[in-house]
Design a protein around this ligand. Structure first.
Ligand SMILES: NC(=O)c1ccc[n+]([C@@H]2O[C@H](COP(=O)([O-])OP(=O)(O)OC[C@H]3O[C@@H](n4cnc5c(N)ncnc54)[C@H](O)[C@@H]3O)[C@@H](O)[C@H]2O)c1
Length: 252
């Protein structure tokens, strides 16, 4: 079941998956994750269409960049509404369904900004950090019911991202004093430890790992320092580029 508030993007994604895997296995629901009612109705539709829920991937996202003095209350709230409240509402709706099935996997798409500070993006980065801690709380609460909760923290997935088509691209380039064209992707590639660009498929591989039984013994640890090591360990079998930003502590 695909959920998104962008009707056009949703229809395209559904058509693509249906063509590849068959109409029977794909459904979609227009849903704004900041709406309690829409999230509730969407999860009811999941249960109706598929008879339950095994995996929740909370991925809906926006990004914004502004120095703190220019961060309006609207901008601040928008980030927290989508990236924190949206993930809370989806997880809360998922819990009873997963409990009925005696477990399941919740995966948040976080960001390296949840772990390392970044210039001129306090609303976005602190919202990602809040979502990360929400995941820790849910891991603790869900463990007894067999609900695993993990977070993938990518850095600069430029290709295929609508976020990077918008203002974020220009704002990031200006925060680092570089050109917003091809130089941008090179800048992020070079600053990664392994000098490789992170691609959407790298993130998908990490998500697949946490969704599958290969990670049946992985859920977020509660001690942040030890947790960082556990995440790096957990994604150790994946393409190395997926690890970018998971354990780096200096500001980037
Ligand atoms: N691209 C990157 O560099 C990068 C890096 C780290 C983390 N992330 C995270 O990855 C996730 C996916 O981002 P992306 O780069 O693919 O961007 P994207 O814009 O291509 O995808 C985000 C999707 O979320 C949807 N969305 C936004 N607000 C919503 C809402 N209120 N309700 C329902 N859906 C909503 C959008 O319509 C869009 O389809 C986000 O959470 C983002 O913060 C991205």
């Amino acid at each position: 079941m695909l959920l998104d508030n962008n009707t056009e993007a949703l229809a395209k994604a559904e058509a693509k998956l249906a063509e590849r895997y068959g109409r029977d296995v794909v459904r979609s629901c227009v849903c704004d994750v900041t709406s309690e009612e829409k999230v509730r109705d969407s999860f009811a539709a999941v249960a109706r269409e598929f008879g339950g829920l095994d995996i929740l991937i909370a991925n809906a996202g926006i990004a914004s960049s502004a120095p703190i003095e220019e961060t309006t209350i609207e901008l601040w709230r928008k980030n927290y509404d989508v990236l924190v409240e949206g993930y809370f509402l989806a997880s809360r709706a998922a819990f009873p369904l997963l409990k009925l099935q005696k477990g399941g996997s919740i995966i948040f798409i976080g960001s390296k900004n949840a772990l390392a500070a970044t210039p001129n993006a306090s609303a976005y980065a602190s919202a990602k950090a809040a979502a990360l801690h929400l995941a820790r709380c849910l891991a603790l609460e869900g463990a007894e019911a067999g609900i695993r909760v993990n977070v993938v923290n990518p850095d600069a997935v430029i290709r295929g991202s609508h976020i990077w088509d918008g203002d974020w691209r220009q704002e990031r380039a200006s925060a680092y004093g570089i050109d917003a064209g091809d130089e941008l992707e090179e800048f992020y590639r070079k600053r990664s430890m392994l000098k490789r660009s992170v691609l959407p498929e790298d993130v998908a591989e990490a998500v697949y790992y946490f969704a599958s039984d290969a990670s049946a013994k992985s859920t977020i640890r509660q001690n942040p320092e030890r947790w960082q090591r556990s995440v790096v360990h957990a994604v150790g079998r994946l393409p190395a580029s997926t690890q970018t930003g998971t354990g780096q502590e200096e500001a980037q």
